[in-house]
Design a protein around this ligand. Structure first.
Ligand SMILES: [Zn+2]
Length: 381
């Protein structure tokens, strides 16, 4: 301590504040220690006038290592047991005060430069905005919806079922004999660890939407007319015409006196509705376990009009669907629901949606539909 020559009053040389070690933990002594700290904090804050100084100020007060505020933990450590509560409260108050002051100081210093930042980031509202492309139906979903709409117009309703099916619904109730090649695990993706269950309860990813037909017949008495659109799964290697996941639409009509000519008329109408009135259909014999007789349906190639081209392999015809009259054995599984094969009959058909979409839009690789390439997809927007 020295004396001012001018006034003779005692003045303190400007020594930077350091946190004192406390020995006296009485409330009065604590009050004074806190007061000293806060006034040092306040006056140092006021003398900060540059960004560098603000940074130094911040480091001096709150740096984890050797910052003044973190050091107040020593007060708490050295306090006798009975004073700890009181000291803890002060230490918390100091922490809140220091943090608020450091923040306020920084804001005060940056205030000037943030005005400049605002100026440089000014938005020109006359510039054109960012145009967000609108979403659109995927060509597969669009084809699926269009096909369903064709059948709805003929009085069909839509039925849906689970993608994870039991062996019973996917195969057994559809008249697949136990050793039928289509049941082979080569073609079917099965859920693991099912070996302890009976075969008919084992789960698999449905290989067709036909299980929905059985499920619907269990719930609904005849007559019925339904289409079952949905995703199906097969263990197929990917190539230009195969994908392990694809979509099917199957249909089922059951009533008294349903005949094969009803089936032909229905599908011929549907293909004309989808591909244009000049499209012809052709039915030729085939085999499916759940229909008898069964047929494959081809339409006249819409690309060459039936003259022969690469898509139709020069035949003028493109195979698009399977169909047939429901096998009486299938009705036996739902006989108690009113499906007596002696009294009723019906037809079923199924088509691959991707196949329809490829034909409709002239797409020659099924993978294009699944790769999610926007350049390809935006052509359908
Ligand atoms: Zn052709």
């Amino acid at each position: 301590m020295s004396r001012s020559p001018a006034t003779g009053r005692a003045f303190r040389k400007s020594v930077p504040y350091t946190l004192p070690k406390l020995t006296d933990f009485s409330p009065a002594s604590l009050d004074k220690a806190v007061q000293d700290l806060l006034s040092a904090l306040e006056s140092e804050s006021q003398s900060v006038s540059s960004e560098n100084a603000a940074k130094e100020f911040r480091d001096r007060w709150v740096a984890r290592k050797n910052g003044i505020q973190p050091q107040t933990a020593d007060w708490l450590k050295t306090a006798p047991k009975e004073a700890k509560r009181e000291v803890g409260q002060r230490v918390n108050e100091i922490k809140a005060c220091v943090e608020a002051t450091v923040e306020a100081t920084q804001e005060r210093i940056q205030g000037g430069s943030s005005a400049a930042a605002l100026e440089s980031e000014r938005v020109d509202v006359t510039l054109p905005g960012i145009r967000r492309p609108l979403g659109a139906e995927h060509p597969v979903i669009r084809t699926l919806n269009e096909t369903v709409a064709v059948f709805r117009a003929m009085g069909y309703s839509v039925a849906e079922g689970p993608e994870v099916e039991t062996d019973y619904y996917n195969f057994e109730a559809l008249n697949f004999p136990p050793n039928h090649p289509a049941r082979d695990t080569q073609d079917t993706l099965v859920i693991a660890d099912q070996e302890n269950k009976p075969l008919r309860d084992r789960l698999l990813l449905r290989t067709h939407t036909s299980p929905v037909q059985i499920r619907t017949m269990e719930q609904t008495k005849p007559p019925i007319r339904i289409v079952c659109p949905g995703k199906v799964h097969r263990r197929d290697a990917t190539d230009a015409s195969h994908s392990p996941v694809f979509h099917q639409i199957e249909g089922l009509a059951v009533d008294t006196n349903i005949t094969f000519s009803d089936l032909k008329g229905t599908l011929d109408h549907a293909m004309k509705a989808l591909f244009g009135s000049s499209v012809k259909t052709r039915f030729f014999p085939s085999f499916f376990p759940f229909t008898e007789p069964s047929a494959d349906v081809a339409i006249s190639c819409i690309i060459c009009g039936g003259k022969g081209c690469r898509t139709c392999k020069q035949t003028g015809w493109v195979e698009l669907m399977g169909c047939g009259m429901v096998d009486p054995n299938v009705f036996e599984f739902v006989k108690d629901r009113g499906y007596d094969p002696a009294k009723i009959s019906g037809f079923a058909f199924g088509m691959g949606v991707e196949r329809l979409a490829m034909m409709k839009y002239g797409i020659d690789d099924i993978q294009m539909l699944f790769q999610g390439d926007v350049r390809f997809l935006e052509q359908f927007a």
